[in-house]
Design a protein around this ligand. Structure first.
Ligand SMILES: Cc1cc2nc3c(=O)[nH]c(=O)nc-3n(C[C@H](O)[C@H](O)[C@H](O)COP(=O)(O)OP(=O)(O)OC[C@H]3O[C@@H](n4cnc5c(N)ncnc54)[C@H](O)[C@@H]3O)c2cc1C
Length: 331
């Protein structure tokens, strides 16, 4: 094995990747985290639902996490991993470096080798194309009531009718406010039982297309303009974005997918081990529904399982060496 080989390369330095790195560096593993620096919740000023860190800045959480990982000797590299090949014991990851480094670079890219991989690259939220919506994402326009519902309690809430998941969202957010409007053309052909349930709980249904999302001069969301020329005043707008896993490397490596509530997603066991030996997945790239604390937990679990896998490989090698009468101290 090349002595430059890392024990583990972790692709993605969000909560999942950094927690995997923390566990693995504390297990005295040589760890490289490659991070493109665009965590999914970067649009939000505050993070909720994480015990002892409720209301904390998501970016500050990651800055603290990077410092902890570096404190145990982990390396964190700014860049995007663009390819991953190989097999357990000898993976190769090619990275487009954010800041080309003369010692490692060939034309702005560098290739690193590792015995194991953790892919913790998150997912992309693809918003419906409604003018004014993207500007509100993470402030006035939100997706997850467990993240931001408390702050929206008793306010005037809208839910954009985008697909079946938005029916679930409209039903759910009624828990946080009695003033909920489910708005968009999908509401036209609502299942009668669903419509009855929403109406029985006082959810207003407006089957008119949203033409734009409205904001005040200071950037506060004020409502939506509808295609019929009317305006609906709102304080928060719930959106169900299309979720797209950042799973290109997992596909390159041949990891299998399984159908779930969010469509085809990378399949793994309870530790995050994929169908490819030596490759773990953690966080939103392994579970679209994982909140920050869950993503961090998945990273910790993957880190511990991966370390155990390395220990098992090292034990096998030590036994073989001992049987062969080698006097070399096994790694
Ligand atoms: C607006 C908004 C608000 C939210 N609020 C909350 C909240 O209050 N509480 C909560 O629990 N959850 C919240 N979430 C969900 C939260 O964002 C996720 O749970 C969390 O980000 C998942 O962590 P992760 O590590 O899996 O992925 P991420 O945090 O997305 O991190 C993945 C990292 O991998 C990097 N990456 C991707 N591809 C590559 C590559 N090829 N090479 C190198 N790096 C790569 C990305 O740039 C990113 O830095 C919110 C989400 C959104 C969109």
């Amino acid at each position: 094995m090349n002595e430059d080989t890392y024990d583990v390369i972790i692709v993605g330095g969000g909560a999942a990747g950094l927690n995997a790195a923390l566990v693995l560096t504390r297990a005295r593993r040589r760890v490289l985290v490659v991070d493109a620096g665009a965590p999914r919740n970067r649009f939000a000023a505050h993070m909720h639902g994480f015990l002892t860190r409720d209301g904390f800045s998501p970016l500050e959480l990651l800055a603290l996490g990077r410092a902890e990982v570096r404190g145990y000797g982990g390396e964190i590299l700014a860049g995007r991993a663009v390819s991953a090949t190989g097999e357990a014991g000898a993976f190769e990851v090619t990275v487009e470096l954010a800041e080309p480094d003369a010692t490692r670079t060939t034309g702005g890219t560098a290739t690193f080798t590792a015995r194991r991989l953790v892919i913790a690259s998150g997912l992309r939220d693809e918003l419906p194309t409604i003018p004014g919506l993207a500007e509100q994402w993470g402030t006035g326009a939100i997706a997850c009531p467990y993240c931001d519902g408390w702050e929206a309690r008793d306010l005037r809430l809208g839910v954009i009718a985008t697909g079946p998941m938005s029916i679930h969202q409209a039903t759910l957010v009624r828990q946080w406010s009695a003033d909920v409007t489910f708005v968009g053309p999908l509401t036209d052909d609502l299942d009668p039982a669903v419509r009855e349930g929403l109406e029985a709980r006082g959810v207003r249904i407006i089957a008119t297309e949203i033409s734009s999302v409205l904001s005040s001069a200071d950037g506060t969301l004020t409502g939506v303009a509808l295609a019929d020329g009317t305006t609906l005043d709102l304080d928060r707008l719930f959106v169900g974005p299309r979720l797209q896993a950042n799973d290109e490397l997992l596909r390159q490596l041949g990891a299998e997918t399984a159908e779930g509530p969010m469509g085809a997603w990378t399949a793994s066991d309870f530790t995050g081990l994929t169908s490819v030996p030596g490759v773990w997945v953690a966080g939103n790239s392994g579970n679209a529904g994982a909140l920050v604390v869950v993503a961090a937990g998945m990273g910790a679990m993957a880190g511990a399982a991966l370390n155990a896998d390395l220990v098992a490989a090292e034990t096998r090698a030590a036994v073989e060496a001992a049987r062969a009468g080698s006097t070399r101290t096994p790694v």
